[in-house]
Design a binder for this molecule. Structure first.
Ligand code: SAM
Length: 377
């Protein structure tokens, strides 16, 4: 029987996971809040738990609520003034006693906030909806499906499952094919690796599509991410990135998905703030020199070097022909787009390429960067 995460003190690794959830949502929410084409924002936490750990430390639903308010209530103030978009929370927790506790915790959070609030109306007092359903059933629900399919609604989906069995290929495909929908899910990757030949795992993953390198257990979450990546149709522009969380000999992880480069820019920023070696783990996944070493070089870590070399080679082979493709390449390989700028500047300096059009150093909001072409010399 799985232990109840909310009945104990959150471990350091759980806190890291929650910090990443928090920072990811903190980046995501204002983008949709201030988008005039978005009429509603849906925030679904579909394995919500009871709202806190045994010591009252907030769990994901409370974290999402706090971030939607903003640390200086700036989002409440904006919503009060603007009157839109409508913000809706959907919290689901299968165990009904935990769902009741969650309702109580959310209500206490809102009351405590309202007690000190000078705004005339609370933007969130009627925003929270609670369900106690099995996720598998809920994700087939017509209301949820029509919300997911609506391109005027921004959706943030948090799936903090136990284990690995809930995010099936079908669920994943549903999420990546939903417009204006970003998601983040947790997955116990080492359990999949450990039990890869057992029927319980084979029933969920097409074994032939996962390749674990037994000599590199640290990389098992990467392999699982690659499994999900392999499900994305080749012609689809989609961004997927993962963060590995080591706990003892086990490796867990988060997988974030967005169909917009800006969504991924935001997530990459959060990941690199937690791991300045590779932006993808709490365990120095590429065995870089650590911070106490004489050879520690945060600007030239193994990951940075590999991706820079790749971008250079692709430019020189004529596969990356313009800045937008170069910026997106860096992003797709889990690096900040700025890496491309470093590469192109070095190629220009060494007279390997020329720019057709106006050179610019835009490395954020890359969807609106001005295009220039790269010509080989
Ligand atoms: C990892 S915990 C979530 C913790 C929560 N995110 C937090 O920060 O406190 C997973 C939760 O999902 C619930 N759960 C397990 N199976 C479920 C299912 N099939 N559908 C919905 N909820 C489920 C569990 O009862 C548990 O509370």
């Amino acid at each position: 029987m799985t232990k109840d995460i909310n009945k104990e003190k959150f471990t350091e690794e759980t806190k890291l996971k929650l910090d990443i959830f928090r920072e990811c949502f903190r980046e995501w929410f204002p983008v949709f809040l201030h988008n005039p084409y978005i009429s509603r924002i849906y925030i679904y936490d579909l394995f919500a738990g009871s709202g806190s750990d045994a010591q009252g430390v907030p769990g994901s639903p409370i974290i999402l609520l706090q971030e939607a308010m903003g640390n200086k209530k700036q989002h409440c103030i904006y919503l009060n003034k603007n009157g839109k978009p409508l913000v809706v929370f959907g919290f689901n927790e299968k165990i009904s006693s935990k769902k009741l506790l969650l309702e109580d915790n959310v209500s206490k959070e809102l009351s405590a906030c309202q007690y000190h609030c000078s705004l005339s109306e609370c933007a969130f007092s009627n925003s929270c909806n609670f369900e106690s359903k099995d996720f598998k059933e809920l994700i087939q629900n017509q209301t949820i499906l029509s919300v997911l399919g609506n391109k005027n609604y921004g959706k943030f989906i948090l799936l903090d499952q136990y284990g690995f069995k809930q995010i099936t290929d079908e669920v994943f495909l549903k999420l990546i094919n939903s417009p204006k929908t970003d998601f983040i899910f947790f997955i116990a990757s080492s359990s999949i690796r450990r039990f890869k030949d057992e029927p319980s795992v084979k029933a969920y993953f097409k074994r032939e599509k996962i390749s674990f390198d037994e000599s590199r257990p640290k990389e098992c979450h990467r392999s699982i991410t690659n499994y999900f990546r392999s499900l994305i149709p080749a012609e689809k522009e989609y961004y997927l990135h993962s963060f590995t969380i080591q706990k003892g000999t086990n490796y867990y992880g988060l997988i974030f998905g967005s169909n917009h480069s800006f969504g991924m820019e935001k997530f990459i920023k959060v990941c690199w703030a937690h791991d300045n070696f590779a932006g993808e783990s709490n365990c120095n996944i590429n065995n870089d020199f650590d911070k106490d070493s004489l050879f520690y070089n945060p600007l030239g870590t193994n990951k940075i070097q590999v991706v820079k070399d790749d971008i250079t080679n692709h430019i020189l082979a004529g596969d990356i022909e313009d800045n937008i493709s170069g910026l997106k390449y860096a992003l797709k390989y889990g690096c900040k787009p700025k890496l491309f700028i470093d590469v192109i500047e070095s190629l220009l300096k060494n007279q390997k390429v020329k720019i057709d059009g106006q050179m610019n150093k835009t490395a954020s909001n890359i969807h609106s960067a001005k295009l220039y072409k790269i010509r080989l010399l």
